[in-house]
Ligand binder design. Structure first.
Ligand code: VAH
Length: 326
């Protein structure tokens, strides 16, 4: 059986759906610190309130439910973490330690995500390498670097099979983003689909690596399916999809407005100093050659196809292969 923490978050929502499709609804226990609304995917199967800081409660749940795999998605993301750095360090690190301890005690495998936030201003800005300087200037990034090192330590010291991906900015229609620096991309699609103007909190030329959520979910499952012996960097693999700027996403949306009967889409730019500073410390693009070599990673969505699926989902148009609807 599988346990997901942070199941109501942007990634947790989609992973809950995908894991239930793969293993069966009853085999996937979704958990979070608040209850799902009736329409939320987590509500259509086993759900339990669980705080990642509750080590005893987590261990008891893993033992009682016969959990064999833990997907740990609960965390404070970059912008929220920058506003509450001490809480972010405590929550992100202690919950990870609790998950790794439960996995060590019960012999579970673990997926613990990392992020492009591990990179800092002295990382190469273009095609950031798999092995490079990791000196992030955000507290979120500090917790992600420490998290990668902690996961490798549990693997080395106790033999825990823990794996992670350095997720880029993730774009999805189902769940709202969770207070990150790349949230502008999701907000922009929502604004366009409801014919609202959008004031972007990053400058128009801020290039960041982004990925459509169906690709991120598939990458997660493919990494967990890969033979352990093939994985040179289990914590954690660079993952790349599209290096995009707010201006490029806005232009891609405008090119498809007519297809969804949307009248127009106005974007203004009002950079927020905190989130612009975070974004300026991240690379413009990522080199994911190691993932492609070790476990055959290959993204499936480009900007045009993602935009079509996002606008279809958010305007409730039908389209083939629709990403999980809003
Ligand atoms: C954030 N979306 O913005 C998350 C992610 C790429 C960054 O970790 O904080």
């Amino acid at each position: 059986r599988v346990l997901i923490t942070g199941a109501l978050g942007q990634v947790g929502t989609e992973l809950t759906l995908a894991l239930r499709e793969r293993y069966g609804v009853s085999e996937v226990l979704a958990t979070d610190i608040r209850s799902p609304s009736p329409g939320h995917p987590a509500a259509n199967g086993p759900f339990q309130l669980l705080d990642g800081l509750d080590a005893a409660g987590l261990l008891a749940t893993v033992q009682a439910q016969g959990i064999q795999e833990i997907y740990h998605l609960a965390a404070l993301l970059s912008a929220v973490a920058e506003a509450k750095p001490a809480l972010a360090w405590h929550l992100n690190m202690q919950s990870l330690i609790n998950v790794l301890d439960a996995a060590h005690t019960c012999g579970c495998r673990v997926f613990a995500p990392s992020s492009i936030a591990v990179f800092g201003p002295d990382t190469p800005r273009d095609l950031a390498p798999q092995l490079t300087s990791l000196r992030p200037t955000s507290m979120y990034g500090v917790t992600k670097v420490a998290g990668e090192l902690l996961c490798d330590d549990y693997a080395r010291r106790y033999g825990v099979d823990v794996r992670g991906l350095r997720y880029p900015g993730l774009i999805s229609a189902s769940a709202p983003p969770g207070g990150g620096t790349t949230d502008y991309s999701v907000e922009m699609y929502h604004a366009a689909a409801s014919s609202q103007p959008y004031a972007c909190f990053l400058a128009p030329d801020t290039a960041l690596e982004m990925l459509f959520m169906p690709d991120a979910v598939r990458a997660t499952l493919e990494l967990m399916d890969a033979p352990k012996s093939a994985l040179r960097y289990p914590n954690a693999y660079n993952l790349a999809g599209m290096s995009l700027t707010p201006a490029a996403i806005a232009a891609a949306i405008r090119r498809q407005l007519h297809a969804f009967d949307l009248p127009h889409f106005e974007v203004s730019y009002a950079p927020d100093p905190v989130r612009q500073a975070i974004a300026n410390g991240w690379p413009r693009s990522i080199d994911d050659a190691a993932a492609r070599q070790d476990w055959s990673w290959q993204p499936a969505y480009d900007l045009q196809r993602m935009t079509s699926q996002m606008l279809a989902a958010l305007t409730h148009h039908t389209t083939g292969g629709l990403a999980h609807g809003a």
